[in-house]
Design a protein around this ligand. Sequence first.
Ligand code: SOE
Length: 389
Amino acid sequence: MSAEPNPQLEQTRPLGVAMIGYAFMGKVHSNAWRNVGSFFTVPAFEQKVLVGRDAAQVAAAASTYGWSEWTTDWREVISREDIDVVDISAPGWMHAEIAIAALEAGKHVLVEKPLANTLAEAEAMVEAARAARGKGVQSMVGFNYRRVPALALARELIAEGRLGTIRHVRAAYLQDWLSDAESPMTWRLRKDAAGSGALGDIASHAIDQIGYLTGQTVLEASGVLRTFVTQRPGPSGLEDVTVDDAAWATFWLTGDMGASVEASRVATGQKNSLQIEVYGTGGALTFNLENLNELNFLDATAPVREQGFRRILVNEPEHPYLEAWWPQGHIIGWEHTFTHQIRDFLLAINSGEEPSPSFEEGLQVQRVLAAVEESANNKSTVIPVHQSV
Ligand code: SOE
């Protein structure tokens, strides 16, 4: 992406950044904000203010994670003149309201995935993003796995035609933190807070990757959702789990391509395993997030007696993002993908080029999530509607 400054947006002072949320995602985004300037050339910015609901906790997080100030009132923050960028790492139910208000106030917005909890919210967010874009205000959704160097390389190889025509993609995102029926209740298990379970939280990444890697769009979806443990211990007794523990989906896409996605939080022994396999007429690629510095590539155009999957250690300066990090072989980790995400967002703000994934791309994923849910509820195959809003 070009780092040429956009004269329309030229800043006379460092960009002021506010972040909403200080838990798991707030911590990893803060780490990215803290480190990005040490490794990448990005426009100047200041980590101004951290926002959260619990005053004592947000105060402690702000001081630990490098934010100059803290508050419990996000509305006050988006009305501040010295805030230019709002990073929303809060739970899904808050995304739409905060993102729309921030965009309307002229702030650039980065929002964690999935874009929203419902299709209607996602559509409203796209409308706000379009209106803001006309005024030079940028927005992006945080599908951070697009910034895994091995997956960015996979996309390059596919775009260069090294796999020929893609026919078949398999993706699975498997975790096991809900295998134990005694695992406590969290907001992630409540539909009103999280939108859905394994489907929105982790299948969304796999669905985004299918589109990102192949450039194709889902035409038809069918799915099954299951909640195996329907009540879990909360602070004052058992509470109902209102989202899925696991999801299975099959897709038909443009380009005459089929794909499947499995997502589970009850896959015993699997910790954070995003597995992706792409099969084309000229070759194949496989990837597993638990070995995120590696991409396996089979070149089906090589003589048959020499064929086999080759492990590429994606850790050379010529690989995406890696020139900025360590000498080759000194591998990177999960948190680096968020640093790459902040880097790309800042460069887009500076250049005025639209960042990706845009809210429109987030909406496409949301449509597929909604189609899988509808299919699971009705036991039918569903056609996600891809009209523009
Ligand atoms: C962040 O990208 C994220 O999707 C989290 O929100 C999930 O909970 C985590 O398990 C995978 O990463």
